[in-house]
Structure formats: C-alpha cells, structure tokens
Design a protein around this ligand. Structure first.
Ligand code: SF4
Length: 239
C-alpha cells in the first residue's frame, strides 16, 4: 500500500508491477519512470525494474487496512497484461471480494483480455472497472468494457491526445479527463475537454477533471468553467 497524489483515489495497491507499452498513451508512462527510479534506489519490490513481476506477498495487504479506503489497483502495472495468469487475477479479485468495505479501482488498456476473462471473475459492487482512452483509435476499449459484468464502469481519458467526438457513454458511470504533464507533454485542446464534459452532462455521467497538464501542472491547475470537477460514482460501504 502506498499513499498517492493521484486526485481520484486514496491509496495504491500493486499485486503486480511492470508492464510494456501498447498504445500512444503509454509513451511517457509514469509507472515506467517510477519503477526505474525505485530500482535505482534499491527497493526490493522493484529489483526487476519495469519487467512484469507478480508479488504474492502483496496480495493480503487490503486485509490490514483498518478503515474503508478507495484504492487504485496496479498503478504500477496493468492487471490484464497477457503474462499475468488468470489464476493470479482471480486471487486479486478474491481479495477484493473479501473486502467490501474498500472500493477498488482497476484501470486497463487491455480491454480484450478483460473481456476474455470477465465471466470468470466475481464482480462485487466494490470493484470499479475502467479503461484508458487517449484518442479515438482506442474507443474499442469502451465497447469491450461495456460488455463486461463490472458493476461500475469508468473511463480515464488521460493523457487526452485527441478529440473523442465518437465517444458514446451508454452504460458508463464515470469519466476522468486530464492532459499530459512532464517534460515534453503532448498538448490537449480545450475543445476536446468541453466536448467530453458536454457528453457527460447530457448522459448524466459523473465527470472528474484531473488537470490541464503541461510542463508545470501546478500552474495550469484543474479549473474548468471557473470551478473544479471532482464527481465520482457513489461509494457504497457494505460490511
Ligand atoms: S499500459 Fe499503463 S502501465 Fe503499461 S506501459 Fe502503458 S501506461 Fe504504462
């Protein structure tokens, strides 16, 4: 478990670490930069750097949290990476099923593998399933997410790299939008953000505006229409 600065969650939990790049959104992968840094710092969990690694010892961590948490699962990896066996993913799900007091947010770019496995996973109410959509080329991920049994479905449009004019929000509960930050961020146009915002308003979908991004994300901030947008699906705490 680790505290995180990610605005739409509280904690991160990484039963796997490492990944490899699959689309434009991966170009400046934050997890890759962090994994290499943590390896250089001698952190045992990152001795393999950004190479995919399963961490059996991390599986039981959610049982130790004393109060309900909102948790981003695998901020340093992708739970539906092709080299993670279904059996291991089922064990991760079993921990989430056993801990209904916590909300677990999973985000993947491998919507094809998610759809392949979804019937063999138990989708309790506390598991929010999301896909990344950085441009229209990746809209297929939304269509596959829609077909899954996940009870709460969300999109992370970050880094938003192009317009999502053809995006449809049927059966989607939540959309996060953000621009790229870092040393060489690719630009995000205001009109792309407004278009998604308007789609969410029209479809009554929760909207979270994470950041404008750029080389100084603190300076560009996260104000849209003169305010912040921090909407999230309702968190149900069941024991
Ligand atoms: S899928 Fe996610 S974790 Fe994997 S390389 Fe791409 S951005 Fe990084």
């Amino acid at each position: 478990m680790a505290q995180t600065k990610i605005e739409w969650t509280e904690l991160t939990w990484n039963p796997t670490t490492g990944c490899n790049k699959v689309s434009q959104g991966c170009k400046f992968c934050y997890a890759e930069v962090m994994a290499k840094r943590l390896k250089a710092m001698g952190q045992p969990k990152y001795e393999n750097g950004f190479k995919l690694t399963l961490h059996e010892s991390a599986l039981n961590i959610p049982y130790t949290w004393k109060t309900p948490k909102i948790v981003f699962v695998n901020s340093m990896s992708d739970l539906f990476h092709k080299n993670i066996p279904l059996e291991f993913i089922q064990r991760v799900f079993s921990v989430m099923n056993d801990n209904p007091q916590h909300v677990f947010q999973i985000l993947t770019k491998r919507a094809d593998i998610l759809l392949e496995y979804h019937k063999q996973l138990k989708w309790t109410h506390n598991i929010w399933m999301g896909v990344s959509v950085e441009n229209e080329k990746e809209l297929w991920r939304v269509d596959l997410l829609r077909k899954t049994k996940a009870k709460t479905k969300f999109l992370s449009c970050e880094p938003l790299l192009g317009p999502l004019t053809k995006l449809k929000l049927k059966n989607i509960d939540w959309v996060i939008v953000g621009g790229e930050s870092g040393r060489k961020p690719r630009p995000m146009k205001e009109e792309w953000v407004f278009e998604i915002f308007e789609k969410c308003e029209k479809a009554n979908v929760k909207f979270f505006f994470k950041q404008w991004g750029g080389t100084n994300k603190k300076k560009t901030g996260r104000i849209l229409n003169g305010r912040t947008y921090d909407d999230m699906p309702e968190v149900q705490i069941l024991f």
